[in-house]
Design a protein around this ligand. Structure first.
Ligand SMILES: Nc1ncnc2c1ncn2[C@@H]1O[C@H](COP(=O)(O)OP(=O)(O)OP(=O)(O)O)[C@@H](O)[C@H]1O
Length: 304
């Protein structure tokens, strides 16, 4: 088997001739937490549904755990746990009773129920009716159900949607432990970079069904590295002078902004500006936030 737990090739799903997912090449390595990001409607859920064999691709292939999903669906999906949208429960039953119903279908040992409850920290609440659970507890129970069959891969579609900050924190901490403590590779989708950046090693960002970025979070951060802001007396005429010096910048909030400019270029520009009578008030490094980069990548902001 190769090193990929999920690999898709040209994965496409069209509805009435319109591609909801368009030629996606997802690559998820064993043991990683992969953040699958994109704004609402970008095609995350459609992709996940194809990965789980719930809908058929219009084109392209899905390989999971080294095997073609179409050829051996049942055996492959036995090794995958998932939480897609809101999980459904019997509200009047306890967590143990709900898990028992799934356990019978999966035919796993009874002891597994205690194990999964322990993993998601619901042991103490396990005998309470689920209808009294908070949304965060319900999501954790959903993850417990997904873990019952001891999967090698966990696919979670927006597991933190609608949760408060402490609920988000609990789910995040739970997911973070999956690879190290349980040897489980995780694909987690979200429309918020902030929710996955603290746990994902790799991110795939989709927009209008197409992959626009797929690499490590470290490399995404590198894209966020430094531009320079110059506060000065006459930004518009300074911009012309900079252009004259071969530097393309822009005026933003009354300041000059330059992307990817090196130390020598900064020194040369400041010297030229001073020689031409500009008053320089401040020269500041401006790092883009990861969220800025995300917005840029998904095309919500043309440039900073
Ligand atoms: N069964 C369907 N029939 C027609 N169009 C669909 C169908 N399912 C999804 N779509 C369209 O495909 C696109 C992608 O939807 P999808 O639900 O995969 O996005 P998403 O990234 O998961 O967004 P969200 O976070 O809002 O669920 C949307 O434009 C949606 O309207």
């Amino acid at each position: 088997m190769n090193n990929y737990v999920i690999r898709t090739n040209g994965l496409t799903k069209s509805y009435r001739g319109r591609a909801a997912v368009d030629g996606l090449n997802l690559e998820i390595k064993k043991g990683e937490i992969y953040g699958f990001l994109g704004p609402n409607g970008a095609g995350k859920t459609t992709t996940i549904r194809m990965l789980l064999g719930l809908i058929r691709p219009t084109k392209g292939t899905v390989e999971i755990l080294g095997k073609d999903l179409q050829k051996d669906k049942i055996n492959i999906l036995r090794r995958v746990g998932s939480l897609v949208e809101y999980p459904s429960y019997y509200g009047h039953l306890t967590a143990i009773e709900n898990l028992e119903a799934i356990r019978r279908i999966l035919n796993v040992p009874k002891s597994r129920i205690d194990e999964v409850l322990e993993i998601v920290s619901l042991t103490k609440e396990a005998k309470r009716a689920v209808k009294g659970y908070s949304l965060g507890m319900k999501q954790r129970l959903g993850i417990a159900s997904a873990l019952l069959g001891s999967p090698e891969l966990l696919i979670l579609d927006e597991p933190t949607n609608g949760l408060d900050p402490s609920g988000i924190h609990e789910i995040r901490e739970l997911i973070k432990r999956m690879p190290q403590e349980h040897g489980i590779t995780v694909l987690v989708s979200s429309h918020l970079l902030g929710e996955v950046e603290q746990m994902a090693g790799t991110v795939g960002i989709i927009r209008e069904g197409r992959m626009v970025f797929q690499d490590t979070i470290v490399n995404l951060r590198q894209k966020a590295a430094g531009g320079i802001n110059i506060s000065l007396s006459e930004p518009e005429s300074a911009l012309w002078l900079a252009k004259d010096n071969g530097l393309a910048g822009m005026v933003q909030d009354g300041k000059l902004y330059f992307d990817g400019i090196n130390d020598n270029q900064v020194a040369g520009l400041v010297k030229r500006l001073v020689e031409n009578g500009h008053l320089i008030y401040r020269v500041e490094e401006r790092n883009k936030s990861l969220e800025d980069i995300f917005m840029e990548v998904i095309g919500e902001v043309k440039s900073l």
